[in-house]
Design a protein. Sequence first.
Length: 277
Amino acid sequence: MTRPLVVNADDLGLSRGINAAIRRAHVDGIVTSTSLLTVGRYAADAAAMLRATPSLAAGVHLALVGEDPPLLSAREVPTLVDRAGRFPLSYRTFVARAATGRVDLDDVRRELGAQVQAGLDLGLELGHLDTHQHVHLWPGVGAVVVDLAEQHGIAHVRLPRAHGRSPIGLGVGVLSRRLRDRLVAHGLPVTAYAGLEEAGGMDRAALGRAFRALAATPAAAAEVNVHPGLVDADSSRFDWGYRWEDELAALLDPDVRADLSAHGFHPSTFPVIFGGS
C-alpha cells in the first residue's frame, strides 16, 4: 500500500516565469500543489492560471520577508516594514527584530489575515498555509498562522524540518518541535517534510534523497517542497542562488516520477488527504 505525497511548489505569483514553470511542472510533471504569494507582483496572473487548472491544489504562501511591500499600508503595519515600506529581505532580519520586541504581533495578524483573504477574494479554494522562508517557525507567527487556519477552515499548516546538524539545523529543530506541539494541540495534521535545506537546489539527486528520507519515516503522509521556475527579468531581481530551471527539469523527469513510486508514494494533495475549506 502506498502513502500520499504532496509535491508542493512555492513562490507562485513571484514572476511570470515561476508561474509558467509551476503550471508545466503540474501538467507534465509531479507537482500536485502550489503556494501563492498574494503579495507577489503576478498574483492575479497566478490566480487566473489556478482557476483554469483546477487539478492543481492551492494554498497561501504567507509573507513577512522578501522585499515586496505588504498588502496593507505601512501605516497599518509599521513594525513589519523598512523605511521604504517593504518587508525585510531575509528571515534573519525578521527574527532579529522579533527577538528584540520590535515586531508587533497585531501587525502580523492584520497583514497575514489580509493575505489569506486576498487568496479567497481571488476565488481560490485554499487547502493549506505555509510561509515565505518558513517564518512561521517563529512561535508568535506560528500562533497567528494556526489561528488563521482554524478561522478559515484550512486543514493543513506546513511543519518545516531540517535534517542537518548545523547550528541553523539544530535551531530549526527546536522551533519545529514547538510548532508541532501547537499543531497537535489544535487538532491540525502533521506530515513528514523535506525541502528546507534543499531550497533552490532540489534537482534529480536531491529529490531522490528526499524520497528516501521520507520513506523511512512512519508518517501517514508527506510533503516535498520545491521551487521550479523559468528565469526572467522578475526572478533575476532575487539574488538567492536558486537553480529554478534545474528544479523544473527534475520535476518533469519520468525517472523521478518512477522513483517516487518506487519509494512507496503516490502523488496527492492536502485537500484529498485532509479535506479543506
